[in-house]
Design a protein around this ligand. Structure first.
Ligand code: HEM
Length: 149
């Protein structure tokens, strides 16, 4: 009944670290997938996919993709239980002005999970990423009607 996923940038890995047997600390998801270099590579591949998706590319035409990748690396790092140095805007603040419909959110989620799957990220980590995608959805998807601005 507990929900460890109710914050935009918290580690969802809590359940994986409760052994309490005096054994060595469990590695975080971030460590298990190879740390900063792996997250950077994943984010690069992820945006490569997003930018060739005709449904999504338009959102990014005037976005500085270097900055965008950097922010996403920092955010994904936190989601995977790595060090928290994310200092960007909150998800709602960054996305609500974009009027993103559910369908586009789902596509971005598929690109992220497919990217991680292609990189061989283990299933339990993918499950936590999916759970995080579920828990932050309301901050990203437009809360108004899709009547446009
Ligand atoms: C869980 C899903 C998502 C996460 C974690 C995420 C993460 C981020 C982050 C960290 C930023 C940078 C915020 C800043 O500049 O301070 C950002 C900006 C942005 N995101 Fe997302 N995003 C998600 C979903 C989406 C979706 C579904 C779309 C479009 C379909 C999208 C489009 C954008 C765009 C266009 C910007 C740049 C906004 C601007 O510069 O004004 N994002 N996102």
């Amino acid at each position: 009944m507990t929900d460890p996923h109710d914050s935009a940038v918290s580690s969802p890995a809590d359940g994986a670290t409760t052994s309490g047997n005096g054994s060595a600390p469990q590695p975080t998801h971030y460590e298990r997938i190879g740390g900063a270099e792996s997250v950077k590579a994943a984010v690069r591949l992820f945006y490569d996919r997003v930018l060739v998706d005709p449904e999504l590319a338009g959102y990014f035409t005037s976005v500085n993709m270097e900055e965008q990748r950097r922010h996403m690396v920092l955010m994904l790092t936190v989601v995977l239980g790595g060090p928290n140095t994310y200092a960007g805007r909150g998800l709602a603040e960054a996305h609500q002005p974009l009027n993103i419909p559910d369908e586009h959110y789902a596509r971005v989620g598929v690109h992220l999970v497919d990217t991680l799957t292609g990189l061989g990220v283990p299933d339990d980590i993918l499950d936590d990423v999916r759970a995080t995608l579920g828990s932050v959805r309301d901050q990203v998807v437009s809360s108004g009607t899709s009547a446009g601005v």
